[in-house]
Design a protein. Structure first.
Length: 282
């Protein structure tokens, strides 16, 4: 009898703990669901986006660069950018009658709207459409390979893809591994915060919190947001660190971490930032 009473008491205690835990989780989810996001007025850094080609493929670099320059000069690149950024439709058509054409493989990470993202099974966006226009100029059939961002340059070096378009910033470090075309877009790294955050300027990240602890900065792994915040905040050449960097495979995951309070802010390109904030604040 005593064993039965003890067993019932134990079960009731477990039910109470699980119920209490679930209730706490439910309250947290409701709070997070209503979190409003904002993009700080101050930019973190401005950078140039370009197409990357393998070091050994000088002729392809020349061909892609010449096609890109022609598309910039005739207004095609701007029309594509305006379509995805301003919502201005165009009547340009790419990749028609591609049967029998030699393939050219582009590597990207389709988690970076409006540059590259998925609509159903299709990869679309600024980079995908410019790449299709370039492929048309070269008389080739475009094939897009989606992969993790930090796997793009290794894939290029291994010959699994022939070029990269992924909102890829030109940096001196990357120039050691790849060759770049001329720039086709200017990217701006911005800071996303929750409304009411203690972070009111990008400059705030260059000093610890008021209590002396470090900021937690969310980034997409391998992007320039990751590189620059690591160099500037987590591993500065001079002075003490002011932040730890929390890396995520997708920009959307970093933003979700901000919403749920796992990080204090997210550093990411301005155009994807606007998309993430718009979707969250609906």
């Amino acid at each position: 009898m005593k064993k039965t009473i003890k067993l019932i008491a134990l079960v009731m205690a477990l039910v109470f703990v699980v119920t209490a835990f679930s209730a706490c989780g439910g309250t947290k989810d409701e709070t997070n669901k209503d979190a409003k996001l904002a993009i700080l007025d101050t930019e973190y850094i401005t950078e140039d986006y370009a197409i990357a080609v393998g070091k050994e493929n000088a002729q392809l670099l020349t061909d892609i660069n010449n096609a890109l320059i022609a598309l910039k000069n005739d207004g095609t690149v701007k029309k594509i950018q305006d379509k995805y950024i301003l919502g201005t439709e165009h009547d340009l058509v790419f990749q028609q009658n591609v049967e029998g054409k030699e393939e050219i493989k582009m590597g990207t990470n389709a988690e970076f709207p409006p540059y590259e993202f998925k609509e159903g099974d299709a990869i679309v966006g600024i980079d995908a459409e410019i790449a299709a226009a370039i492929a048309d100029k070269l008389g080739k059939k475009l094939v897009i390979e989606d992969m993790a961002f930090d796997g793009l340059i290794p894939a290029l070096e291994a010959g699994r893809i022939q070029f990269i378009m992924a909102g890829l910033t030109v940096t001196e470090e990357r120039k050691q591994s790849v060759n770049f075309t001329e720039s086709y877009a200017t990217g701006v790294q911005v800071v996303i915060v929750k409304e009411g955050s203690a972070i009111t300027s990008a400059d705030d990240l260059f000093a610890p919190k008021a209590d002396g602890s470090l900021w937690k900065v969310g980034v997409q792994q391998g992007t320039t947001g990751d590189l620059y915040t690591t160099w500037d905040l987590a591993e500065p050449e001079e002075g003490e660190p002011t932040a730890t960097i929390e890396r995520y495979s997708k920009g959307a995951d970093a933003v979700q971490a901000l919403i749920t309070g796992k990080v204090d802010c997210v550093v990411i390109d301005n155009e994807p930032a606007k998309e993430f904030v718009k979707v969250n604040n609906k």
